[in-house]
Ligand binder design. Structure first.
Ligand SMILES: [Zn+2]
Length: 230
């Protein structure tokens, strides 16, 4: 790959991250955000560092991949690569994008729907909110860019639980169960347990967590244990 190709690739990646962050900022605004671009610039400034650190977590890449794809707008079935659902088709919840909107707009609205506004995504987000200190809001930037919503949450634990939640949101769209809340809880627990199992005897994370830390806590022997309030 030539230097020019590399710099073009870097620019394309940066632009996709910026678009993702702007979309997350806009999603949280009741009114049109004055200039989501400025906040997006700030939000993505430490993204290369965070991506590196997340990649270095001792955990299977199958859990991490969804975030990397979300940032690049590349999740198939969620408007990824600018490919929107066929005109006239709807989400399992009944939501439809405006048929008249251009394809690129529809694709971007689908990402927002699948990973935020869909009632199925909200089931997973509600569980995150319930486990945070009272009064903490969970915003799209917290979940899409893995920024902890409260200083009370260890940032690595937040990364792990967000990756579990993003994977759960995608899987919840394809399940037929009546009890979505229970299913979402099981999906999140499955992810946390898998992460816990991958840590082996490496105590680095456990030593910085309390017995009551949300999402992942420690037991009397300083082992990591999932800690999720339904
Ligand atoms: Zn939906």
């Amino acid at each position: 790959m030539t230097a020019l190709q590399l710099s073009l690739e870097r620019a394309a990646r940066h632009s996709a991250w910026h678009q993702c962050a702007s979309s997350a900022v806009t999603l949280a605004s009741a009114l049109p955000a004055p200039d989501p671009s400025l906040q997006a610039n700030h939000l993505i400034s430490d993204l290369p560092w965070r991506i590196n650190e997340v990649w270095r977590l001792r955990w299977g890449n199958k859990w991490k991949e969804i975030w990397w794809r979300l940032l690049l707008h590349g999740v198939p079935g969620a408007g990824g690569h600018g490919i929107s659902w066929a005109r006239g088709s709807a989400c399992v919840c009944g939501w439809q994008v405006a048929d008249t909107a251009p394809c690129v707009v529809r694709a971007s609205q689908q990402r927002e729907h699948v990973f935020w506004t869909c009632p199925r995504a909200q089931v997973a987000l509600d569980i995150l909110a319930k486990n945070l200190p009272p009064g903490t809001s969970v915003l799209p930037v917290h979940v899409w860019l893995l920024v902890p919503p409260s200083p009370c949450v260890n940032e690595r634990v937040w990364w792990v639980v967000c990756l579990c939640a993003l994977n759960a949101m995608r899987r919840l769209r394809f399940c037929n169960t009546q009890d979505l809340q229970e299913h979402a809880l099981n999906l999140l627990l499955e992810g946390l347990k898998d992460f816990q199992a991958c840590q082996g005897r490496q105590p680095s994370l456990a030593t910085s967590l309390s017995h009551a830390h949300p999402f992942l806590a420690t037991d009397a022997n300083l082992n990591l244990v999932p800690h999720l309030i339904p």
